[in-house]
Design a protein around this ligand. Structure first.
Ligand code: M6R
Length: 609
């Protein structure tokens, strides 16, 4: 959470920062600020509100003839410590130090008390200002030595960009957990929380290693360890360009990303089908991965965890050994039963989710094998895992995850089929057939996207509702969980997902006249059971939106709206039904007049626990 950027070079730093913060805004959008070197020292401009509010403020300053600047740092905030106020916005300054921060300083209270004893009192309520006060109190002109001393005292997660008033046009950066990527181009040196802020300048970059210092100068960028020893950065290359990170004619990123799913699925699946079979040779995932494994734990947060719920069904069905799905924020504080015979699969779009990363580290400590399904190349979770399966979904900017989710599903399906085949639990011919079905799902998914007008019409019936239920069985129940989070996070309508058979054990008392129930009935084996459950809610006069597969008959008396998905094997129905639920959430949010891409209180990348 929070987006940070630092630039020093030959271009207008204010413009580089505002453009970069605009691209990074999905990470936090409570307030924004920049600080830059000018003739008379460092100047700071910050404000509550979105980056556009900051941009107006900066534009006024430019008119007021603020001197040119080619070096600065910028921040877009998702508040953790201290409310949303101008004072709490970053950057924060203490003496010679001006800095921005992404993360949480966990011991800031203790540090604050000891700093107060030496007469240093913060003006804001933030943990970040304490870091500024601390670094300034330690600064003796040697930035790296000072940073090292500060790091010894700071606890928590952080990515910093620091400017020292007596070192014009130089930025020092370091990170612990929170992400940072950097590059040097002919325009200068640039560092940010995410590649989306760098891609206009370079496709080649490096991920800043933890506990290393990046020194950004106009003509060079260098990396050192905390003792000042130079280290060579490991360069990476991205294969997408800026058009992928722009709306491209769509009114919202979310809608664009929903429409990108056929491509993101092709990009994720096709390279992993060789000789008609799932194949992870190019991912360096050997068939021996499952040697000695008797159990799988999938751990993740939010939508990624919901992908895990579907993965569990598929992996158990095909591999025939126990798979559990654990919420990462719970898992990391339990005393999990893990050993060398456990494979822990972590799933994350950003690859930076603090709880998922901590869960992964814990699994490694216990000796488990680890595999991650991650979208962002070189991210912390990818680097920490023994094996990585990248989803090739491209940048996902809308806070509500869509294309990353279906890409995660496709990886889980491929894994389940590959290892069922490799361990002799699935015959070759059957595995080939399944790959055929998986690929057939993509045009069917394209057709499902074309149902958007009907889905928009249904969403108009939901805009005034206060509560909503998603129900399903098996894979449909796992998908209901995803439908529910999608709707609540962007439409602010309360919703719950229920295993349909569970309703009558309590929740049915909430189903009264007009209460919307989205009923997923795509799974053949439990279809008639599902229809009985739908009758039960309809008997209470619920407003039923029924989703079935083509060929599944349903009497009109049990639904108000019926969406029939194109014909695919029901194993693949979650991909298609996910599209319906995503569009339903999208249009409901839109018709409630909300900010679809940046819902209140949320941020895209949750780098704090
Ligand atoms: O980057 P991650 O996939 O690890 O993020 C996990 C969740 O924070 C994320 O899926 C969140 O639930 C989405 N906003 C839901 O749409």
């Amino acid at each position: 959470m929070c987006g940070i950027i630092g630039f020093t070079g030959y271009a207008d730093a204010k413009k580089v920062m505002i453009d970069g913060l605009t691209a990074l805004e999905y990470r936090g959008y409570d307030s924004a600020g920049i600080a830059f070197f000018e003739e008379n020292g460092i100047k700071t401009l910050k404000t509550i509100g979105k980056v556009s509010v900051l941009a107006d403020k900066v534009a006024k300053e430019v008119v007021a003839k603020t001197s040119e600047s080619t070096c600065g740092i910028g921040h877009t905030r998702w508040a953790t410590h201290g409310g949303v106020t101008d004072t709490n916005a970053h950057p924060h300054t203490s003496g010679k130090v001006t800095l921005i921060h992404n993360g949480i300083i966990e011991n800031y209270r203790e540090l604050e008390l000891s700093l107060k004893e030496s007469g240093r009192t913060p003006v804001s309520q933030t943990d970040t200002e304490i870091a500024a006060l601390l670094i300034d109190s330690l600064y003796d002109g040697d930035a790296i030595k000072t940073i090292k001393k500060a790091v010894e005292l700071l606890e928590g997660a952080y990515a910093f960009c620091i400017m020292f008033a007596d070192q014009p046009d130089i930025i020092y950066s370091l990170r612990n957990s929170s992400p940072l990527v950097a590059c040097h181009t002919k325009e200068g040196s640039i560092i940010a929380s995410d590649m989306v802020a760098l891609i206009d300048y370079s496709k080649d970059y490096f991920v800043v290693p933890e506990m290393h210092v990046v020194i950004l100068k106009r003509d060079s960028i260098s990396l050192t360890d905390l003792d000042g020893n130079e280290v060579s950065p490991r360069m990476l290359h991205v294969n997408w360009d800026m058009t992928a990170a722009k709306k491209g004619g769509y009114p919202h990123f979310m809608l664009k990303e929903i429409h990108e799913q056929p491509d993101s699925l092709r990009n994720t699946i096709l390279p992993r089908i060789q000789n008609k079979l799932p194949d992870f040779t190019a991912d360096n995932i050997p068939d021996s991965l499952f040697d000695g494994i008797s159990r799988i734990i999938i751990t993740a947060c939010g939508t990624a965890m919901h992908a895990g719920l579907i993965g569990k069904v598929m992996l158990e069905r095909l591999l025939r050994f126990p798979v559990t799905v654990e919420i990462a924020s719970e898992f990391r504080y339990q005393d999990p039963i893990i050993d060398k015979s456990t494979l822990v699969i972590t799933i994350s779009q950003s690859g930076e989710t603090a709880d998922t990363l901590a869960a992964l580290k814990l699994a490694k400590e216990y000796g488990a094998s680890t595999l991650s399904i991650v979208n962002v190349k070189g991210s912390s979770i990818a680097r920490e895992s023994d094996y990585v399966l990248y989803t090739h979904a491209g940048p996902e900017i809308a806070v509500a995850s869509t294309k990353a989710y279906t890409a995660q599903l496709s990886c889980l399906y491929l894994l389940a089929f590959r290892f069922a085949y490799a361990t002799g639990k699935l015959e070759k011919e059957k595995c080939i057939e399944e790959m055929h079905e998986l690929l057939n799902m993509i045009p069917a998914l394209e057709e499902t996207i074309s149902f958007d007008k009907k889905i928009e019409e249904i969403s108009k019936q939901l805009t005034e509702k206060e509560d909503l239920f998603f129900i399903g069985r098996g894979l449909d129940y796992a998908l209901s969980c995803e439908g529910s989070i999608k709707l609540k996070e962007i439409s602010y309508i309360h919703s719950e997902a229920y295993a349909a058979g569970e309703l009558k054990h309590g929740t049915l008392s909430l189903v009264t006249e007009g209460v919307p129930v989205v009923a997923l009935a795509t799974q053949q084996k439990v279809y008639s059971k599902m229809i009985s459950n739908i009758r039960e809610v309809k008997a209470r006069n619920a407003f039923v939106v029924l989703i079935t597969m083509k060929g599944q008959e349903a009497e009109p008396s049990i639904y108000d709206y019926h969406i029939t998905l194109p014909e695919v094997k029901d194993t693949y129905a979650p991909f298609l039904a996910a599209i319906v639920l995503q569009l339903l959430a999208y249009y409901t949010s839109l018709h409630r007049g909300l900010n679809v891409d940046q819902p209140r209180n949320l941020a895209k990348s949750v780098t704090v626990e």
